[in-house]
Ligand binder design. Sequence first.
Ligand code: HEC
Length: 379
Amino acid sequence: MSEKKLYSVTALFNTPDEISKAAEVITNEGYKNFDVNTPYPVHGLSSKMKLKPSTLGYFALALGLSGATIALLFMYWTMSIDYPMIIGGKPFFALPAFIPVTFEVTVLLASVGTVLVMLFLFFKLPNNSHPLHDTEYMKKVSNDKFGISIEAKDPKFNLEQIKELFASLGAEKIEEIYYDEEEINHKNKIFEPKFIAFLFVVAIVVAGGTYFTLNKLLYMSPFNFMLDQHRVDPQAKETIFQDGFGMRPPVEGTVARGFMPYLYQEDPEKAGMLLSNPLMATEENLKLGQNKYNTFCSPCHGYFGKGDSRLNGQFPNPPSLQSEKLIQWQDGRIYHVIQVGQNIMPSYAKQLTEKEKWAIVLYIRALQRALNAKEEDLK
Ligand code: HEC
Protein backbone atom coordinates (compact mmCIF):
# COMPACT_ATOMS: atom_id res chain seq x y z
CA MET A 1 0.00 0.00 0.00
CA SER A 2 1.64 3.16 -1.17
CA GLU A 3 -0.26 6.23 -0.03
CA LYS A 4 -2.94 6.38 2.62
CA LYS A 5 -6.15 8.17 1.76
CA LEU A 6 -7.49 10.61 4.32
CA TYR A 7 -11.12 10.23 5.36
CA SER A 8 -11.48 12.86 8.07
CA VAL A 9 -10.04 14.69 11.04
CA THR A 10 -11.62 13.92 14.38
CA ALA A 11 -11.54 15.58 17.75
CA LEU A 12 -12.71 14.37 21.14
CA PHE A 13 -14.33 16.50 23.82
CA ASN A 14 -15.24 15.74 27.41
CA THR A 15 -18.65 17.30 27.95
CA PRO A 16 -21.90 17.79 26.04
CA ASP A 17 -21.52 21.56 26.43
CA GLU A 18 -18.16 21.54 24.71
CA ILE A 19 -19.44 19.44 21.82
CA SER A 20 -22.49 21.69 21.39
CA LYS A 21 -20.23 24.71 21.24
CA ALA A 22 -17.85 22.97 18.80
CA ALA A 23 -20.77 21.93 16.56
CA GLU A 24 -22.08 25.49 16.53
CA VAL A 25 -18.71 27.03 15.68
CA ILE A 26 -17.95 24.50 12.95
CA THR A 27 -21.38 25.03 11.39
CA ASN A 28 -20.90 28.79 11.46
CA GLU A 29 -17.42 28.42 9.92
CA GLY A 30 -19.25 26.94 6.93
CA TYR A 31 -18.26 23.28 7.08
CA LYS A 32 -20.83 20.98 5.52
CA ASN A 33 -19.49 17.41 5.56
CA PHE A 34 -19.04 16.75 9.21
CA ASP A 35 -20.71 14.63 11.81
CA VAL A 36 -20.93 14.53 15.58
CA ASN A 37 -20.81 11.28 17.53
CA THR A 38 -22.03 11.13 21.09
CA PRO A 39 -22.62 8.26 23.52
CA TYR A 40 -26.23 9.38 24.04
CA PRO A 41 -28.57 11.88 22.30
CA VAL A 42 -27.58 15.45 23.18
CA HIS A 43 -30.45 17.93 23.19
CA GLY A 44 -30.31 20.82 20.77
CA LEU A 45 -27.36 19.41 18.88
CA SER A 46 -29.19 18.94 15.57
CA SER A 47 -30.34 22.58 15.53
CA LYS A 48 -26.78 23.73 16.33
CA MET A 49 -25.55 21.62 13.40
CA LYS A 50 -28.38 23.10 11.27
CA LEU A 51 -29.35 19.58 10.16
CA LYS A 52 -32.07 19.41 7.57
CA PRO A 53 -34.96 17.03 8.27
CA SER A 54 -34.36 13.59 6.79
CA THR A 55 -35.68 13.00 3.27
CA LEU A 56 -36.79 9.51 4.28
CA GLY A 57 -40.30 10.87 4.87
CA TYR A 58 -40.73 11.66 1.19
CA PHE A 59 -39.86 8.09 0.31
CA ALA A 60 -42.46 6.89 2.82
CA LEU A 61 -45.05 9.22 1.26
CA ALA A 62 -44.26 8.09 -2.28
CA LEU A 63 -44.31 4.41 -1.29
CA GLY A 64 -47.58 4.82 0.61
CA LEU A 65 -49.24 6.57 -2.32
CA SER A 66 -48.05 3.90 -4.74
CA GLY A 67 -49.37 1.24 -2.33
CA ALA A 68 -52.82 2.86 -2.35
CA THR A 69 -52.77 3.24 -6.14
CA ILE A 70 -51.62 -0.32 -6.78
CA ALA A 71 -54.22 -1.77 -4.39
CA LEU A 72 -57.07 0.25 -5.92
CA LEU A 73 -56.02 -0.44 -9.51
CA PHE A 74 -55.60 -4.14 -8.82
CA MET A 75 -58.99 -4.44 -7.16
CA TYR A 76 -60.55 -2.40 -9.94
CA TRP A 77 -58.97 -4.69 -12.53
CA THR A 78 -60.04 -7.94 -10.85
CA MET A 79 -63.51 -6.83 -9.80
CA SER A 80 -64.53 -4.75 -12.81
CA ILE A 81 -62.54 -6.15 -15.73
CA ASP A 82 -61.06 -9.59 -15.21
CA TYR A 83 -63.65 -11.33 -13.05
CA PRO A 84 -66.66 -9.12 -12.34
CA MET A 85 -68.75 -10.55 -9.53
CA ILE A 86 -71.93 -9.22 -8.02
CA ILE A 87 -71.52 -9.30 -4.25
CA GLY A 88 -74.51 -8.31 -2.17
CA GLY A 89 -75.88 -6.25 -5.05
CA LYS A 90 -73.04 -3.75 -4.76
CA PRO A 91 -71.48 -2.07 -7.80
CA PHE A 92 -68.40 -3.79 -9.22
CA PHE A 93 -66.19 -0.95 -8.05
CA ALA A 94 -67.46 -0.66 -4.47
CA LEU A 95 -65.03 1.80 -2.93
CA PRO A 96 -66.13 1.47 0.74
CA ALA A 97 -65.51 -2.28 0.58
CA PHE A 98 -62.03 -1.69 -0.86
CA ILE A 99 -60.91 0.76 1.84
CA PRO A 100 -59.59 -1.81 4.35
CA VAL A 101 -57.43 -3.56 1.75
CA THR A 102 -56.24 -0.24 0.33
CA PHE A 103 -55.30 0.90 3.82
CA GLU A 104 -53.43 -2.32 4.55
CA VAL A 105 -51.46 -2.26 1.31
CA THR A 106 -50.64 1.43 1.82
CA VAL A 107 -49.25 0.77 5.30
CA LEU A 108 -47.48 -2.39 4.20
CA LEU A 109 -45.70 -0.82 1.26
CA ALA A 110 -44.89 2.40 3.14
CA SER A 111 -43.44 0.64 6.19
CA VAL A 112 -41.58 -2.22 4.57
CA GLY A 113 -40.45 -0.05 1.65
CA THR A 114 -39.18 2.72 3.91
CA VAL A 115 -37.10 0.27 5.94
CA LEU A 116 -35.63 -1.16 2.73
CA VAL A 117 -34.91 2.32 1.36
CA MET A 118 -33.22 3.20 4.65
CA LEU A 119 -31.10 0.05 4.65
CA PHE A 120 -30.11 -0.06 1.02
CA LEU A 121 -30.22 3.57 -0.12
CA PHE A 122 -29.33 5.51 3.00
CA PHE A 123 -27.10 2.97 4.76
CA LYS A 124 -25.80 1.55 1.47
CA LEU A 125 -26.22 -2.07 2.44
CA PRO A 126 -24.70 -4.57 1.58
CA ASN A 127 -21.69 -2.29 2.10
CA ASN A 128 -21.07 -2.46 5.82
CA SER A 129 -17.60 -0.92 6.01
CA HIS A 130 -16.97 2.61 7.17
CA PRO A 131 -13.66 4.37 7.87
CA LEU A 132 -14.74 5.25 11.39
CA HIS A 133 -15.39 1.60 12.26
CA ASP A 134 -12.74 -0.05 14.43
CA THR A 135 -11.03 3.22 15.33
CA GLU A 136 -9.92 4.46 18.72
CA TYR A 137 -12.21 7.45 18.09
CA MET A 138 -15.33 5.23 17.72
CA LYS A 139 -14.47 3.32 20.89
CA LYS A 140 -14.22 6.56 22.86
CA VAL A 141 -17.41 8.21 21.53
CA SER A 142 -19.45 5.11 22.22
CA ASN A 143 -18.22 5.15 25.78
CA ASP A 144 -17.87 8.54 27.51
CA LYS A 145 -16.40 11.04 25.02
CA PHE A 146 -18.04 13.39 22.54
CA GLY A 147 -16.51 13.46 19.10
CA ILE A 148 -16.67 15.48 15.93
CA SER A 149 -15.35 14.41 12.54
CA ILE A 150 -14.87 16.68 9.53
CA GLU A 151 -14.57 14.78 6.27
CA ALA A 152 -11.81 15.40 3.78
CA LYS A 153 -14.34 15.86 0.99
CA ASP A 154 -15.67 19.05 2.60
CA PRO A 155 -15.09 21.98 0.20
CA LYS A 156 -13.48 24.04 2.95
CA PHE A 157 -11.25 21.23 4.11
CA ASN A 158 -7.77 22.22 5.19
CA LEU A 159 -5.95 19.91 7.55
CA GLU A 160 -3.87 22.49 9.42
CA GLN A 161 -6.71 25.00 9.78
CA ILE A 162 -9.08 22.41 11.15
CA LYS A 163 -6.51 21.13 13.62
CA GLU A 164 -5.99 24.67 14.87
CA LEU A 165 -9.73 25.23 15.12
CA PHE A 166 -10.19 22.02 17.11
CA ALA A 167 -7.35 22.98 19.42
CA SER A 168 -8.83 26.43 20.00
CA LEU A 169 -12.12 24.81 20.98
CA GLY A 170 -10.35 22.79 23.65
CA ALA A 171 -10.32 19.42 21.93
CA GLU A 172 -8.72 16.66 23.97
CA LYS A 173 -7.46 14.48 21.17
CA ILE A 174 -7.16 15.33 17.50
CA GLU A 175 -6.67 12.44 15.09
CA GLU A 176 -6.55 11.81 11.36
CA ILE A 177 -8.65 8.91 10.09
CA TYR A 178 -7.53 7.06 6.97
CA TYR A 179 -9.41 4.65 4.77
CA ASP A 180 -8.11 1.14 5.06
CA GLU A 181 -7.53 -1.07 2.08
CA GLU A 182 -10.83 -2.85 2.34
CA GLU A 183 -12.82 0.37 2.17
CA ILE A 184 -10.86 1.69 -0.80
CA ASN A 185 -11.42 -1.53 -2.73
CA HIS A 186 -15.11 -1.55 -1.81
CA LYS A 187 -14.94 -5.06 -0.53
CA ASN A 188 -18.16 -5.88 1.21
CA LYS A 189 -17.66 -7.97 4.29
CA ILE A 190 -21.13 -9.43 3.84
CA PHE A 191 -19.96 -11.38 0.81
CA GLU A 192 -17.03 -12.92 2.59
CA PRO A 193 -16.98 -16.71 2.22
CA LYS A 194 -17.13 -17.07 5.99
CA PHE A 195 -20.38 -15.11 6.16
CA ILE A 196 -21.93 -16.95 3.23
CA ALA A 197 -20.97 -20.27 4.78
CA PHE A 198 -22.63 -19.07 7.98
CA LEU A 199 -25.83 -18.29 6.04
CA PHE A 200 -25.75 -21.78 4.57
CA VAL A 201 -25.41 -23.33 7.99
CA VAL A 202 -28.34 -21.25 9.29
CA ALA A 203 -30.50 -22.26 6.32
CA ILE A 204 -29.69 -25.95 6.74
CA VAL A 205 -30.27 -25.89 10.51
CA VAL A 206 -33.63 -24.10 10.14
CA ALA A 207 -34.82 -26.35 7.30
CA GLY A 208 -33.61 -29.51 9.06
CA GLY A 209 -35.14 -28.45 12.37
CA THR A 210 -38.48 -27.70 10.75
CA TYR A 211 -38.46 -30.99 8.87
CA PHE A 212 -37.57 -32.94 11.97
CA THR A 213 -40.23 -31.25 14.11
CA LEU A 214 -43.10 -31.54 11.66
CA ASN A 215 -42.32 -34.95 10.20
CA LYS A 216 -40.62 -36.89 13.01
CA LEU A 217 -40.93 -35.30 16.43
CA LEU A 218 -44.71 -34.96 16.29
CA TYR A 219 -45.01 -38.69 15.60
CA MET A 220 -42.86 -39.73 18.54
CA SER A 221 -44.22 -40.46 21.93
CA PRO A 222 -45.41 -38.59 23.90
CA PHE A 223 -46.20 -35.97 21.22
CA ASN A 224 -48.21 -38.38 19.09
CA PHE A 225 -51.15 -38.83 21.45
CA MET A 226 -53.51 -36.75 19.28
CA LEU A 227 -52.77 -38.90 16.23
CA ASP A 228 -52.99 -42.11 18.17
CA GLN A 229 -56.40 -41.67 19.72
CA HIS A 230 -59.21 -43.92 18.60
CA ARG A 231 -61.30 -42.49 15.82
CA VAL A 232 -63.79 -43.64 13.23
CA ASP A 233 -62.58 -43.24 9.64
CA PRO A 234 -65.12 -42.87 6.87
CA GLN A 235 -65.65 -46.05 4.79
CA ALA A 236 -63.53 -48.05 7.26
CA LYS A 237 -64.37 -51.22 9.12
CA GLU A 238 -65.33 -50.57 12.72
CA THR A 239 -65.72 -52.97 15.61
CA ILE A 240 -67.72 -50.86 18.05
CA PHE A 241 -70.90 -51.28 16.03
CA GLN A 242 -72.47 -54.67 15.64
CA ASP A 243 -72.84 -54.46 11.85
CA GLY A 244 -69.11 -53.69 11.48
CA PHE A 245 -69.64 -50.41 9.59
CA GLY A 246 -67.99 -47.19 10.74
CA MET A 247 -70.46 -44.97 8.95
CA ARG A 248 -73.97 -44.91 10.37
CA PRO A 249 -77.11 -44.63 8.28
CA PRO A 250 -79.14 -41.48 9.03
CA VAL A 251 -81.91 -41.86 11.60
CA GLU A 252 -85.05 -43.26 10.02
CA GLY A 253 -87.30 -40.57 8.65
CA THR A 254 -84.45 -38.06 8.23
CA VAL A 255 -85.21 -35.55 5.52
CA ALA A 256 -82.15 -34.17 3.78
CA ARG A 257 -82.13 -30.40 3.32
CA GLY A 258 -83.82 -29.37 0.11
CA PHE A 259 -85.13 -32.89 -0.61
CA MET A 260 -88.79 -33.10 0.29
CA PRO A 261 -89.89 -36.73 0.12
CA TYR A 262 -92.73 -37.37 -2.32
CA LEU A 263 -95.53 -39.03 -0.37
CA TYR A 264 -97.80 -40.14 -3.23
CA GLN A 265 -95.42 -42.30 -5.27
CA GLU A 266 -97.95 -45.12 -5.52
CA ASP A 267 -101.12 -43.06 -5.36
CA PRO A 268 -101.79 -40.67 -8.28
CA GLU A 269 -105.40 -40.06 -7.26
CA LYS A 270 -104.37 -38.92 -3.79
CA ALA A 271 -101.75 -36.63 -5.32
CA GLY A 272 -104.47 -35.09 -7.46
CA MET A 273 -106.69 -34.58 -4.45
CA LEU A 274 -104.18 -33.34 -1.90
CA LEU A 275 -101.58 -31.37 -3.83
CA SER A 276 -102.23 -27.86 -5.05
CA ASN A 277 -100.09 -25.53 -7.10
CA PRO A 278 -98.22 -23.18 -4.75
CA LEU A 279 -97.36 -20.79 -7.60
CA MET A 280 -99.41 -17.83 -8.80
CA ALA A 281 -99.99 -17.45 -12.53
CA THR A 282 -97.63 -14.52 -12.76
CA GLU A 283 -95.81 -13.60 -15.94
CA GLU A 284 -92.53 -14.65 -14.36
CA ASN A 285 -93.81 -18.10 -13.35
CA LEU A 286 -95.44 -18.66 -16.75
CA LYS A 287 -92.21 -17.68 -18.50
CA LEU A 288 -90.31 -20.18 -16.34
CA GLY A 289 -92.94 -22.83 -17.11
CA GLN A 290 -92.77 -22.12 -20.83
CA ASN A 291 -88.99 -22.29 -20.81
CA LYS A 292 -88.89 -25.63 -18.95
CA TYR A 293 -91.84 -27.11 -20.87
CA ASN A 294 -90.23 -26.28 -24.20
CA THR A 295 -86.98 -27.86 -23.06
CA PHE A 296 -88.19 -31.00 -21.30
CA CYS A 297 -91.70 -31.76 -22.54
CA SER A 298 -92.16 -30.30 -26.00
CA PRO A 299 -89.94 -32.80 -27.85
CA CYS A 300 -92.62 -35.44 -27.23
CA HIS A 301 -95.72 -33.46 -26.38
CA GLY A 302 -95.27 -30.67 -28.93
CA TYR A 303 -95.10 -26.95 -28.32
CA PHE A 304 -98.87 -26.76 -27.68
CA GLY A 305 -99.30 -30.10 -25.92
CA LYS A 306 -101.11 -31.63 -28.90
CA GLY A 307 -98.97 -34.76 -28.80
CA ASP A 308 -97.25 -33.90 -32.08
CA SER A 309 -93.85 -35.32 -31.22
CA ARG A 310 -90.77 -34.06 -33.03
CA LEU A 311 -88.97 -37.38 -32.47
CA ASN A 312 -90.09 -38.91 -35.77
CA GLY A 313 -91.17 -42.16 -34.25
CA GLN A 314 -88.08 -42.78 -32.17
CA PHE A 315 -90.37 -42.69 -29.17
CA PRO A 316 -94.10 -43.49 -29.14
CA ASN A 317 -96.23 -40.38 -29.54
CA PRO A 318 -97.87 -39.34 -26.28
CA PRO A 319 -101.54 -38.52 -25.88
CA SER A 320 -102.62 -34.89 -26.15
CA LEU A 321 -102.40 -32.67 -23.12
CA GLN A 322 -105.40 -30.84 -24.55
CA SER A 323 -107.73 -33.80 -23.97
CA GLU A 324 -110.95 -33.42 -21.97
CA LYS A 325 -109.43 -35.86 -19.46
CA LEU A 326 -106.39 -33.67 -18.89
CA ILE A 327 -108.44 -30.50 -18.65
CA GLN A 328 -110.47 -32.18 -15.92
CA TRP A 329 -107.34 -33.45 -14.08
CA GLN A 330 -106.33 -31.65 -10.92
CA ASP A 331 -103.00 -29.78 -10.95
CA GLY A 332 -101.61 -32.33 -8.50
CA ARG A 333 -102.43 -35.17 -10.91
CA ILE A 334 -100.35 -33.57 -13.71
CA TYR A 335 -97.60 -32.86 -11.18
CA HIS A 336 -97.66 -36.54 -10.28
CA VAL A 337 -96.91 -37.55 -13.89
CA ILE A 338 -93.91 -35.15 -14.00
CA GLN A 339 -92.70 -36.45 -10.63
CA VAL A 340 -93.21 -40.19 -11.10
CA GLY A 341 -93.64 -40.63 -14.88
CA GLN A 342 -96.40 -42.70 -16.41
CA ASN A 343 -95.94 -46.04 -18.14
CA ILE A 344 -93.25 -45.40 -20.77
CA MET A 345 -92.93 -41.68 -19.97
CA PRO A 346 -89.97 -41.37 -17.57
CA SER A 347 -89.93 -39.38 -14.34
CA TYR A 348 -88.65 -35.81 -14.53
CA ALA A 349 -88.18 -35.56 -10.76
CA LYS A 350 -84.40 -35.22 -11.01
CA GLN A 351 -84.19 -32.81 -13.93
CA LEU A 352 -86.55 -30.19 -12.52
CA THR A 353 -86.83 -28.34 -9.24
CA GLU A 354 -90.02 -28.20 -7.21
CA LYS A 355 -90.75 -24.71 -8.50
CA GLU A 356 -90.05 -25.60 -12.14
CA LYS A 357 -92.42 -28.58 -12.00
CA TRP A 358 -95.28 -26.44 -10.71
CA ALA A 359 -94.43 -23.72 -13.24
CA ILE A 360 -94.79 -26.33 -16.01
CA VAL A 361 -98.21 -27.27 -14.65
CA LEU A 362 -99.17 -23.58 -14.79
CA TYR A 363 -97.97 -23.39 -18.38
CA ILE A 364 -99.88 -26.53 -19.42
CA ARG A 365 -103.01 -24.87 -17.97
CA ALA A 366 -102.28 -21.77 -20.02
CA LEU A 367 -101.86 -23.91 -23.18
CA GLN A 368 -105.12 -25.68 -22.53
CA ARG A 369 -106.97 -22.43 -22.02
CA ALA A 370 -105.36 -20.83 -25.08
CA LEU A 371 -106.47 -23.65 -27.43
CA ASN A 372 -109.93 -24.01 -25.89
CA ALA A 373 -110.78 -20.38 -25.38
CA LYS A 374 -114.33 -19.74 -24.28
CA GLU A 375 -116.43 -16.70 -24.99
CA GLU A 376 -115.71 -15.29 -21.54
CA ASP A 377 -111.93 -15.52 -22.03
CA LEU A 378 -112.17 -12.94 -24.78
CA LYS A 379 -113.67 -10.25 -22.60
C1 HEC B 1 -89.73 -38.86 -24.14
C2 HEC B 1 -91.01 -38.32 -24.50
C3 HEC B 1 -91.78 -37.58 -23.43
C4 HEC B 1 -91.38 -36.49 -22.75
C5 HEC B 1 -90.05 -35.74 -22.89
C6 HEC B 1 -92.44 -36.13 -21.86
N1 HEC B 1 -93.47 -36.99 -21.99
FE1 HEC B 1 -95.26 -36.88 -21.04
N2 HEC B 1 -95.82 -38.58 -21.93
C7 HEC B 1 -95.08 -39.28 -22.86
C8 HEC B 1 -95.81 -40.45 -23.23
C9 HEC B 1 -95.36 -41.48 -24.26
C10 HEC B 1 -96.99 -40.45 -22.46
C11 HEC B 1 -98.05 -41.49 -22.45
C12 HEC B 1 -97.70 -42.47 -21.34
C13 HEC B 1 -98.70 -43.57 -21.19
O1 HEC B 1 -98.67 -44.47 -22.00
O2 HEC B 1 -99.48 -43.44 -20.25
C14 HEC B 1 -96.95 -39.25 -21.67
C15 HEC B 1 -97.92 -38.87 -20.79
C16 HEC B 1 -98.00 -37.67 -20.13
C17 HEC B 1 -99.12 -37.23 -19.36
C18 HEC B 1 -100.37 -37.95 -19.10
C19 HEC B 1 -101.27 -37.85 -20.31
C20 HEC B 1 -102.44 -38.77 -20.27
O3 HEC B 1 -103.33 -38.49 -21.03
O4 HEC B 1 -102.39 -39.73 -19.46
C21 HEC B 1 -98.79 -35.98 -18.89
C22 HEC B 1 -99.61 -35.09 -18.02
C23 HEC B 1 -97.47 -35.70 -19.38
N3 HEC B 1 -97.04 -36.74 -20.14
C24 HEC B 1 -96.76 -34.54 -19.08
C25 HEC B 1 -95.48 -34.35 -19.45
C26 HEC B 1 -94.72 -33.23 -19.02
C27 HEC B 1 -95.22 -32.09 -18.14
C28 HEC B 1 -93.49 -33.38 -19.53
C29 HEC B 1 -92.28 -32.47 -19.32
C30 HEC B 1 -91.78 -32.43 -17.98
C31 HEC B 1 -93.47 -34.59 -20.29
N4 HEC B 1 -94.71 -35.18 -20.23
C32 HEC B 1 -92.39 -35.06 -21.00
C33 HEC B 1 -93.85 -38.93 -23.39
C34 HEC B 1 -93.10 -37.89 -22.94
